[in-house]
Design a protein around this ligand. Structure first.
Ligand code: GLA
Length: 407
């Protein structure tokens, strides 16, 4: 090879590696948005469901609102072949996973899949333990874009080591794949996982309830409020590329419209993954309006990447704040009580600074913000430098008032 050719080849390789690294790096710039089979369908899944959901993602406008991942959760698996490569269940997925990912990609969407760090998944399907590199290679060959990796059947497995192993395997397989770690917060992944995967579950599974903990003999399921309060302690650990995951959305699965709105608002405020869990082929106008609220989604996807924190409580209401990249703030007043609460709000009581991440301050004594209601989509006047008069808020039970304070 001539010296000149050598320089070209070296430059090409250098740029390819750079581009590849860049793609990996940007996989989780904002919290992931998509849909998953689990909350609505559990194990009752097949190719028709996925194709129907992919079609509905486009026709309902969800894709254009930002929801791109279609994630197949537990129970897609067949057996491993003679060489140990995992196969899809041929009855449920007769055309195979490569065909399905081609279909999903043709719609401008991405395909996710599910595995487990242990010997078996939570539903007893083959886990990845001892097959990490083979599984990652198979997913890459199939054109998979997202892996949720669960934590069942992991006796004597070290969590950090197990997730690092799969992370290495995914990188070696060569296809950028979002790595969603799901070990339920057992080993405090927020302390060690930020450079391993892209998001980590912070607690047990959610179920479709606003505020009732569901207790089984060996495990619990969290309500929306349980998820919020668990995640509330962890805001300092979230940021671009690594997100706390309080679990998937239950909007449209049976809570009231107020509860769905509060649930969705809080996931947006907390920069949480927005993974829908309802049957989007067949949803009410109310559900659709909630999950496609673009102003609310913009709060979730904001490039500053700060998770809101619960600043104070008063009269049973919770006051949450999230600084945004352009100097605006998102503010939510959440009412977890059983009654409507009327509240006289004085801006000066909320002169706060994000000391942990962005160092930004609300500075209500110096800055006048325009107040945008993120659910009525109307302007509601301005903040005041010296609040002599209070703004009276009416916050219905299990609902929110959510504002964007615009500079
Ligand atoms: C665990 C996970 C859930 C779901 C099921 C599937 O419980 O936390 O989100 O993936 O397994 O079996």
């Amino acid at each position: 090879m001539s010296k000149k050719n050598f320089v070209f080849v070296a430059l090409f390789l250098f740029m390819s590696v750079g581009l590849y690294a860049q793609k990996w790096e940007h996989v989780a710039d904002a919290p992931q948005m998509g849909w998953s089979t689990w909350n609505k369908f559990q194990g009752n899944i097949n190719e028709n469901v996925i194709v129907g959901i992919a079609d509905a993602m486009v026709t309902s406008g969800l894709r254009d609102a930002g929801y791109v991942y279609i994630n197949i959760d537990d129970c897609w698996h067949g057996n491993r072949d003679a060489d140990g490569f995992i196969q899809a269940d041929a009855k449920k997925f007769p055309h195979g996973m490569k065909w399905l990912s081609d279909y999903v990609h043709s719609k401008g969407l991405k395909l996710g899949i599910y595995s487990d760090c242990g010997t078996q998944t939570c539903a007893g399907m083959p886990g990845s333990l001892g097959h990490e590199y083979q599984d990652a290679l198979q997913y890459a060959r199939w054109g998979i874009d997202y892996l949720k990796e669960d934590w069942c059947n992991t006796i004597n497995v070290n969590a950090k080591g197990a997730y690092q192993l799969m992370s290495d395997a995914l990188r070696a397989a060569g296809r950028p794949i979002f790595h969603s770690m799901c070990e339920w917060g057992d080993n405090k992944p927020w302390k060690w996982a930020r450079d391993i995967g892209h998001s980590w579950r912070v607690g047990p599974d959610i179920w479709c309830s606003f505020d009732s903990l569901r207790v089984f003999p060996t495990y619990v399921q969290y309500s929306v409020m349980d998820c919020i309060h668990k995640n509330d302690t962890l805001s300092e650990y979230a940021g671009r590329g690594h997100w706390n995951d309080p679990d998937m959305l239950e909007c449209g699965n049976g809570m009231t419209v107020s509860e769905d709105r509060a649930h969705f608002t809080m996931w947006c405020m907390m920069a949480s993954p927005l993974i829908l869990g309802n049957d989007i082929r067949n949803m009410s106008q109310d559900t659709k309006a909630i999950i496609t609220n673009k102003e609310m989604i913009a709060v979730n996807q904001d490039s500053l990447g700060v998770q809101a924190w619960h600043y104070s409580s008063d009269q049973g209401l919770e006051f949450w704040f999230k600084p945004l990249a352009n100097g605006d703030w998102a503010m939510t007043v959440l009412n977890p009580t059983k009654n409507t609460v009327k509240y006289d709000l004085k801006w000066q009581n909320f002169n706060i600074t994000d000391t942990q991440v962005s160092k930004k301050s609300t500075d209500f004594d110096k800055i006048i913000y325009k107040v945008r209601n993120l659910w009525t989509h109307k302007m509601e006047g301005k903040t005041m430098l010296k609040s002599k008069k209070c703004r009276t808020l009416t916050v219905p039970s299990h609902d929110v008032v959510a504002y964007r304070l615009i500079r």
